[in-house]
Design a protein around this ligand. Structure first.
Ligand SMILES: *[C@@H]1O[C@H](CO)[C@@H](O)[C@H](O)[C@H]1NC(C)=O
Ligand SMILES: *[C@@H]1O[C@H](CO)[C@@H](O)[C@H](O)[C@H]1NC(C)=O
Ligand SMILES: *[C@@H]1O[C@H](CO)[C@@H](O)[C@H](O)[C@H]1NC(C)=O
Ligand SMILES: *[C@@H]1O[C@H](CO)[C@@H](O)[C@H](O)[C@H]1NC(C)=O
Length: 449
């Protein structure tokens, strides 16, 4: 029996709709699985075999799993204390924490994951007391007792904190990152090395030696290796080694977008912190009767010269060319806003000085890739002013209403802990905030194992 043509048409239409629905859900399903496959392949816990980039036999010959293990000397037991439990967050904390962060919940959850999975291997030179260059590699006994470290304190504290942290592993096969333990600050102070040219030569030779003797450098081209420097001389340190310069991660205080060896997506801005043993109680906002504080040498900085020329004689502002007429720290305690003005480099310890003393940092230093800026929202607890707008400095700060200032002060109190180093790292201190930046840069692709 023939169907009436109307019905046939309707049937055809139904089939067409069904076909479209089916194929779109197939695409969606396919997309979902593709996404899952992608996630699986990028997860640090995913098996290393990867269908997109199958490991070739000739790779296996070089990177045989059976003999990857390194016969490094076992480090002193005290350097690997029982790991402290990871910092806990609770719900109440989270609600209060939203202020200065881009997204506290996301960060805190990822941070917890890092605490479980991040492992760092340190090249054994850090333990070799008989090496003629032991002074370059061994950690400082106690950086807090050495006031001469000054601006380079963060470099030494990173190393000491790392050795006391539960993230360290003696098994390089378990490591997501590899630490090159030379100290740029100590190289600078060693008469055998000292000059910028010799430092870069030393660092290049050391990197070649580890890539020749062990397999791990070549396995990633150095992309999962990192080193630390908080010294302007360190800027040229990687210049003589291709992989160190282009692939390895640099943790540095000189994090300028226009520094030729700083790549913001690869390298990490390190907070520059002056040695301090405790977090002092803060002077509350009502006890801060001065608007602005700055004290420092002009050096060769145009913008500092402009600052002095424009505002050096303004009686409402405490701006000193050189030392202030009162103790240096006093200015941070009695002022609402404290200036960080570019000198030789984009960075100085003034930003964390200001944070430490509860003074809102005013950052006049163009192209400064501020530390942790993917976690904390600097606009919530600091003021960033373009160098060319220095003439409007005073109007700009006077236009910040009291309510706004109080909110910034409140947020500043919350981020203070990120700008503090502990010998044994804890909580969300400078060490953990910095290694979190490493965690974000963990490689998903390795040529081998
Ligand atoms: C690694 O293991 C492979 C296969 O067992 C062996 O042929 C090779 O000689 C080993 N290499 C080293 C450096 O031990
Ligand atoms: C320590 O350094 C010395 C000199 O470079 C070297 O001969 C020795 O093998 C090293 N010791 C260890 C355990 O690596
Ligand atoms: C790593 O690569 C370099 C350059 O290709 C090579 O000279 C070196 O022997 C390799 N290292 C190892 C451990 O195979
Ligand atoms: C600031 O005051 C000092 C002393 O009175 C004077 O020598 C200097 O020229 C003044 N600077 C400016 C930029 O007006």
């Amino acid at each position: 029996m023939k169907r009436p043509p109307k019905l046939q048409q309707k049937r055809l239409l139904e089939m067409l709709v069904l076909a479209v629905l089916l194929s779109s859900s197939c695409i969606a399903l396919f997309g979902f699985y593709k996404h899952r496959a992608f996630l699986a392949s990028t997860s640090p816990l995913a098996p290393r075999s990867n269908t997109f980039f199958p490991i070739q036999n000739h790779h296996l010959r070089y990177y045989n799993r059976q003999n990857l293990s390194l016969h490094a000397p076992q480090p002193a037991a005290t350097l690997y204390p029982k790991p402290p439990p990871p910092p806990q967050t609770n719900a109440v904390d989270s609600v209060l924490e939203t202020g200065p962060y881009h997204n506290w919940e996301l960060f805190a959850a990822d941070f917890q994951e890092m605490m479980q999975h991040l492992k760092i291997f340190v090249y054994p030179d850090i333990f070799n007391k008989s090496s003629p260059f032991a002074n370059i590699f061994l950690p400082r006994e106690n950086p807090l007792d050495d006031p001469k470290l000054g601006n380079y304190f963060s470099e030494h504290m990173f190393k000491v904190s790392l050795l006391h942290s539960p993230l360290i592993t003696a098994n390089p096969e378990k490591a997501l990152f590899f630490f090159l333990p030379f100290s740029i600050n100590n190289l600078r102070n060693d008469p055998r090395v000292h000059s910028e040219a010799k430092i870069s030569q030393f660092v290049a030779q050391y990197t070649s030696s580890i890539s020749n003797s062990l397999r791990f450098w070549n396995a990633s081209g150095g992309a999962d290796h990192f080193y630390v420097c908080c010294h302007s001389v360190g800027r040229e340190a990687p210049s003589k080694h291709h992989g160190l310069r282009n692939n390895a991660i640099q943790l540095t205080c000189c994090s300028s977008y226009f520094q030729r060896f700083y790549l913001s997506h690869k390298d990490v801005g390190l907070p520059q912190v002056w040695p301090r043993t405790d977090q002092t109680a803060l002077n509350p906002p009502h006890a801060r009767h001065r608007l602005v504080y700055f004290a420092g040498r002009v050096q060769n900085s145009q913008v500092r010269q402009q600052l002095i020329n424009l505002w050096g004689n303004d009686t409402q502002l405490d701006i000193f060319n050189g030392s202030p007429t009162f103790p240096y720290e006093e200015g941070f305690k009695r002022s609402k806003f404290c200036l960080h003005v570019k000198g030789y480099e984009v960075n100085t310890a003034r930003v964390s000085d200001a944070i430490h003393y509860g003074c809102i940092p005013v950052i006049i230093s163009n192209y400064y890739d501020l530390p942790f800026s993917n976690v904390v929202d600097w606009s919530k607890f600091s003021v960033v002013i373009n160098q060319r707008d220095i003439a409007s400095l005073k109007t700009r700060l006077l236009s910040i209403k009291r309510e706004m200032y109080l909110r910034m002060y409140h947020n500043l109190c919350k981020v203070r802990r990120h700008f503090f180093w502990h010998t044994t790292p804890r909580g969300y201190d400078s060490f953990y905030m910095t290694v979190y930046q490493l965690w974000l840069r963990r490689s998903t692709l390795r040529l081998s194992y």
